[in-house]
Design a protein around this ligand. Structure first.
Ligand code: FRU
Length: 471
């Protein structure tokens, strides 16, 4: 592989204060959704919505990185750019599949048209997984003209193979603004047929589904959705899922109520892939629409989450960090059987980059707080409330950037298990082996690197706490 040479501007971006150490981010410019996440010719490939010319959203390209282990990523050349009349407003999100030894990208060609836009699905092919050529027959799929399908919002195809046929789900909405997923079937990559409206929302406020993904497991399936919720005059963007079953004969997904895939404020548009060993793995955009992004001052915006394995458990899923991430673990500091009665720091447990594992005994119903990235006047507080069995992530004093409080009610248990990843301007908190996850950007000062354990009611009984440095 040719060694990527970075420009001086890119080097400055990658050395800037909020730039991640071990998360995938572009060398410069703006990124949003993960795209085309796949395994091709011995490597994982991650493409992403990319605007290389500025740290603002703009005409979308597909940026590209590859990895042998899901942990270390190499930057590859831009895969596709918006240079045709059918995609001149942007090569919007999509997915990838291998066909006849070639890597095929399926993406949405976005073309603005006054107050509306046209969105049609397009293909691009590559023999080496690096250099792509757009298909001469593009676009290959237009939105169906039907009374219950809005013609304009029709994007983000996720393609897969089942038996000897190809399928894709595409984000859509009804003309009166209910999110829905369209399922298409085709025998080769060019002749498509609408199989059915696989899944439709009945709630008033969920106005559009973006980036649908169908994850299949031995005993069921999960429809992952990026849901636009219109509330109080604003759009909110939620990563949700419905667990159920897909019926390939009818094209219907029979799924339960929507649940949160992540409770943090900075997780959207996750995309799944099936690894060679059968695991369903996802990565999401570790950022959010319409929020302040202090890293834009330094010439970049957005990053990807760490890869997570999705585990199906009947009517819900758990997400856990992939085991490959253990490779990142450096020097470690471990404490066992602590009973803390006052605010404490533990020697070695601090920093702006690292993995923290904590197991708390909850039998004495403690209220407590763990303060991450704490400094003189800053902290990102993870708060446990025993009476309500609630875990709260509080960004009100996190530093610059958006401020909010997010919470989840946990299932009753004697223990609380936390696995926390810190990386410069992000925190990802996996609770009880993936029962809940909080993913959020934070923008503290560089000097805010302490971690405090703060009992608030009853002693804080820690069975074990380990911090792994990540360098
Ligand atoms: C989701 C999304 C997609 C679209 C892309 C544009 O975050 O809005 O629906 O394809 O971003 O960049």
């Amino acid at each position: 592989m040719e060694e990527r040479i970075f420009s001086d501007e890119e080097k400055a971006v990658m050395a800037s204060r909020f730039y991640p150490k071990y998360h995938l981010a572009a060398p410069i410019g703006w990124i949003n959704d993960p795209n085309g996440f796949c395994f091709f010719k011995g490597k994982y490939h991650m493409f992403y919505q990319y605007h290389p010319n500025s740290p603002e959203w703009g005409p979308m390209h597909w940026g590209h990185a590859s990895s042998k282990d899901l942990v270390h990523w190499d930057h590859e050349p831009i895969a596709i750019a918006p240079d045709k009349d059918y995609d001149n407003g942007g090569c919007f999100s999509g997915s990838a599949i291998e066909k006849n030894g070639k890597l095929c990208l399926m993406y949405t060609g976005h073309v603005p048209n006054g107050d509306y836009h046209h969105e049609k699905q397009c293909l691009a092919f590559s023999k080496d997984g690096i250099h792509f050529e757009k298909f001469s027959g593009n676009p290959v799929l237009d939105a169906p003209r039907a009374d219950d399908i809005c013609y304009d919002d029709f994007r983000d195809p996720k393609i897969w193979k089942h038996g000897n046929k190809y399928y894709c789900v595409i984000g859509s909405k009804t003309p009166d603004e209910h999110g829905q997923v369209l399922l298409f079937e085709f025998a080769d990559l060019k002749g498509w047929e609408l199989k059915n409206i696989a899944f439709r929302d009945t709630a008033e406020r969920r106005t559009m589904y973006e980036c649908p993904n169908l994850a299949e497991f031995e005993d069921g399936a999960v429809m992952i959705l990026s849901v636009i919720v219109f509330q109080d005059g604003f759009n909110e963007y939620l990563p949700q899922y419905s667990a159920g079953k897909i019926n390939y004969r009818t094209g219907k997904f029979d799924g339960g109520e929507l649940k949160m895939l992540d409770y943090g404020s900075s997780f959207y548009a996750p995309q799944i892939m099936t690894a060679p060993d059968g695991r369903v793995i996802t990565m999401g955009w570790l950022n959010m629409w319409n929020v302040e992004m202090p890293e834009q001052r330094d010439g970049w915006a957005g990053l990807m989450t760490i890869p997570r394995e999705i585990i199906f458990e009947g009517d819900k899923v758990r997400s856990v960090p992939v085991k490959e991430l253990e490779k990142l673990r450096g020097e470690s500091f471990t404490y066992k059987n602590l009973s803390l009665t006052e605010k404490s720091e533990l020697n070695g447990i601090n920093g702006d980059c690292g993995e923290l594992l904590v197991e708390v005994d909850l039998k004495n119903n403690p209220d407590f707080e763990i303060d991450l990235r704490a400094g003189e006047e800053e902290k990102t507080a993870l708060i446990y409330n025993a009476a309500e069995n609630k875990l709260i992530l509080d960004r009100m004093q996190s530093g610059e950037g958006p401020k909010d409080v997010r919470e989840v009610v946990l299932e009753k248990s004697d223990k609380l298990k936390l696995q926390i990843f810190l990386d410069k301007s992000s925190v990802e908190i996996f609770v009880n082996d993936g029962e809940a996850v909080f993913t959020s950007r934070i923008y503290p000062q560089e000097t805010s690197q302490k971690i405090f354990f703060v009992p608030q009611k009853n002693s804080l009984n820690i069975d074990s706490a380990t911090f792994y440095e990540i360098n």
